[in-house]
Design a protein around this ligand. Sequence first.
Ligand code: ZN
Length: 609
Amino acid sequence: MELRLPSLIVARSHTGRDVKQGLEITSGTNRLGTIVFGIADARLGRGSVMLSGIKVGFLLAIILGMGSAYAECPGNPNAIGTSRVLAINPSEYSQIGTVDYEETLPLNDHEVVLTFDDGPQSPYTEQVLDALAAECVKATFFVVGEMAREAPALVRRAYSEGHSIGSHTQTHPHLPKLGFRKAKEEIEKGMDSTIAALGDPNALAPFFRAPYLEMTDRLEHYLGSRRVAIWSIDFQADDWEPISADQVVALALKRIEVPHKGILLLHDIEAHTPAALVKLLRELKSRGYKIVHVVPAAVAAPKAASVSSQAAPSGVASRPTPAGPNLSPAFTGEASPTGAQLQSRKDPFGSVDSAHTEKHDAATAPESTASHGTACKDNPTALGTSRIIVVDPIRSHRVGTVQFSQTLPLNDHEIVLSFDDGPLSPETDKVLDALAAECVKATFFVVGAMVKDSTDTLRRAYAEGHTIGTATESHRYLSKLPLKQAKREITDGIATAAAALPASAVPAPFFRAPYLETTPALDEYLIARHLMLWSIDAQADDWQNITPDQVVERALASVEKKGKGILMLYDIQPQTAAALPKLLTELKTRGYRVVHVAPPGAVSRDTMQ
Ligand SMILES: [Zn+2]
C-alpha cells in the first residue's frame, strides 16, 4: 500500500475567517480519513498554538508510524519517489516561476517540481504517466482544453494517479494577441473542457500556465481575482525542439545545476520526452535531487472546502500566516459606531497627493447623514438607498468585522454594498444596470490595471453617484511585497483611478486590500495617508465559479449572520452580475435597507442627482 505522508491540513477561507486544523491520511488516491482536532486561531500558522498533549501524541504516532511507509515505492525500491507535498494558496502564490516573475515556489535546495504542458496526447501522455508511476513521482499537468476533449480518459488517468491537473487554455493561442475578452474566453473554455474531462469541478487545480508563457497585466489581474495561480517556469529542457532524448536530459541537468531547484517544464506531447523523463529521474536521484508535488491548499470557505477529493487537501500550508492585526477574532467584536465619524472635511485626500486634492470638489458636505433616495423613478417598489453616511478617514481608520473590531455605524437591517476588482465591461455595466433599476448606490473598489481598459465603465459608475474607492494598481498580495512596492501599488492604483475620472473628481479615500491582506506597517501607512481601510462584514464566495443562485444564497446567509454590515461582491464576475437583481429583490423582501457611504465633500455631487 502506498501511503502518503500524513499531513497537517490548514483550511482557511479567503477572508481569513476560518482556520481548521486537521490531519489527513491518504493511501494512494483514497483518503483514509481526516482527523480534525479543532478550530484554532490563525496563530497556528506560525506554530504557536498549544495542542493538548494527547492530541500531539496521537499526531506524532501517526506521522512516525507512517513516515517510513511513505517512502516506499511498490516494485521499485530505488525509486526517486515524491519527497513531499507542497500545498500552496493560489492567492498567496499568485504568480510563480522566475522566468517571468520575481517569485517562485518555496522550494528547498535540490527540490524539483515537474510540470507537463500541452497534452494529453496518446501515446506520449501514457508513456509519461508510466514513467512517473514507475518512480512514484507526482507531477502537475497543464492541459489544453481541446486536447482534453479528444482524450478525456487520459486526463482522468493522470488525476486518478494523484497528479495535479491545471489548465493551459482551450486552443493554445498567443493570448496577448487576442485582446482581453477573447483571451479570457480561451482561459475559461480551457478550464471548462478540462473539468468536463475530469467530470468534477473540484478536480481541477486552480493552476494556470499561459501558452508560450505570454500574459498581460489585465489577464494576470483577472486570474488573480479568480484565485487562480499563474505558473511560469524556473527552467526548461527544450523538449519541443527536434533534439534527442539525451540532449533533453543534458539540457535539463545543466540548467538545474545553477539554481539547484525549481519548476521544470516538459511537454507530454513530444515523442522523445517519455524516454528523456525515464533517464532524467534516474539522474536527478543520483545527484541527490528530490521531487516535490504541488497541490492547491484548501482555501475555500468551509462550505466549499472539498477543493479536491484527491490531491488538494494533503500537504502542509507552506507559509506562516502573514502577521498583522487582520486575522483577529472573526465576527466576534460588536460593531462600534464610534469607528466612523460623520464629519465633513474639505480635503479627504490628506497628504496622499496634493495634485488630487486640487481637483477635488470642495463643496460643503452635510454634517451627518442625509436622508436620500426614497423615491425611485420608474420603479415605485425599488429597494432604493435609504440614507447616506459620510465617513471621514481621519477619524475612522478601519471598518469591517471580518478583520477589525469595528465596522460602519449601521443600524439593524442596514447594509452597504461594495464591489471589488473591477471595472470590467460588460459585467460591471450589468451590475450598474441592476443598481440603477433599484436606485441603489454602492462603493466600488477598483483596480488600476482594470480601470485602464474600462475607463468608460468607471466614469459611468461615478456619474451614477456611486462611491469610487481603490484596491491597488495590479491586485498583488500586499503582505508579500516589500513595503515600498506595496505603497506604490496603493498610490499607483489611486493615481490610475484619478486619471480616469472626470477632471473635477477624485477617488474616495477608501481602500480595500486585495485578498484583505495587509501588514501592520501598511496599516500605519494608510492611516498616515488618511486612507480608510475597508474590510468586510459579509461576502458571497462569488469569486468562485458558482451559479447566480448560489451567489444570492451565500450573500443572504452571510448577511443574515449579523443582520447588517458591509457586503463584498465582485463586479467582474458574470455570476455576480446575473445574481444582483434577485439579490436586491430578496434583500428588500427581508426588510433590508441599503446605505450609501461617501467621503466628506463627495455628497454634494450625489445629492444633486
Ligand atoms: Zn504550451
